[in-house]
Design a protein around this ligand. Structure first.
Ligand code: SF4
Ligand code: SF4
Length: 197
């Protein structure tokens, strides 16, 4: 009984209703209270099997105020913004938008230290620079951010795949830039501010 009380105290102390309301304010017109936990979102999500909680639990945790746990989870970085969850939610909850706001919030609060977050930031940086992916730079920057020799080991692991892709013409040794780079940067800046489409 005593341990049960201690456990519930820990959970209550983790509730952050202020942050929850700040996140909700960025999702104007979206009320998570309409979620009845049917699980269609998690069943539709192509990356749910790689997540810690999945979209259904993420929505529930947010409603409870478990914001810190949500922001530190890998789930927000495993979301690929496919919008399957949003399209299929019977309650019209735009979960893809929720994930987007969570990513921005995790970055703003400096809690996005997960390796998926580093990869995501590197990906966006490279795309902003050239207008398209330049795999060589993205991989070098990503693995260079890893501590000690683990980055070098990661690069070596990717080398064989990289050589095969290069031989098939799938990757290049030089970056290619698109013409309308400024337009793309404006779009990325717009999305990064968490503005809704
Ligand atoms: S599909 Fe919608 S209503 Fe169902 S659990 Fe997900 S967010 Fe909630
Ligand atoms: S938008 Fe994200 S959370 Fe929703 S189904 Fe796609 S990957 Fe999963």
């Amino acid at each position: 009984m005593e341990s049960e009380n201690r456990q519930s105290q820990v959970v209550v102390s983790e509730l952050d209703l202020t942050s929850r309301d700040e996140i909700a304010a960025q999702l104007s017109g979206l009320d998570l209270a309409y979620c009845f936990q049917c699980g269609v979102c998690s069943g539709s999500c192509p990356t749910a099997s790689r997540m810690e909680y999945g979209p259904r639990r993420i929505v529930h945790m947010l409603r409870l105020g478990l914001v810190d746990q949500v922001l530190r989870s890998r789930d927000v970085w495993m979301c690929v913004s496919c919008f399957s969850c949003s399209a299929r939610c019977p309650q019209g909850i735009e979960i893809a938008d929720v994930m987007s706001v969570l990513r921005n919030t995790a970055l703003a609060k400096g809690v996005a230290k997960d390796e998926e977050a580093v990869f995501s930031r590197t990906f966006v940086d490279v795309v902003q620079r050239y207008g398209r992916m330049f795999e060589m730079e993205a991989l070098l920057r990503y693995y260079a951010s890893k501590p000690g020799l683990s980055g070098l080991a990661g690069l070596v692991r990717q080398a064989e795949l990289g050589i095969r892709m290069f031989r098939k013409g799938k990757i290049s040794l030089r970056p290619e830039r698109i013409d309308d780079l400024e337009d793309l940067r404006r779009i990325v800046a717009h999305v990064s501010r968490g503005e809704r489409r």
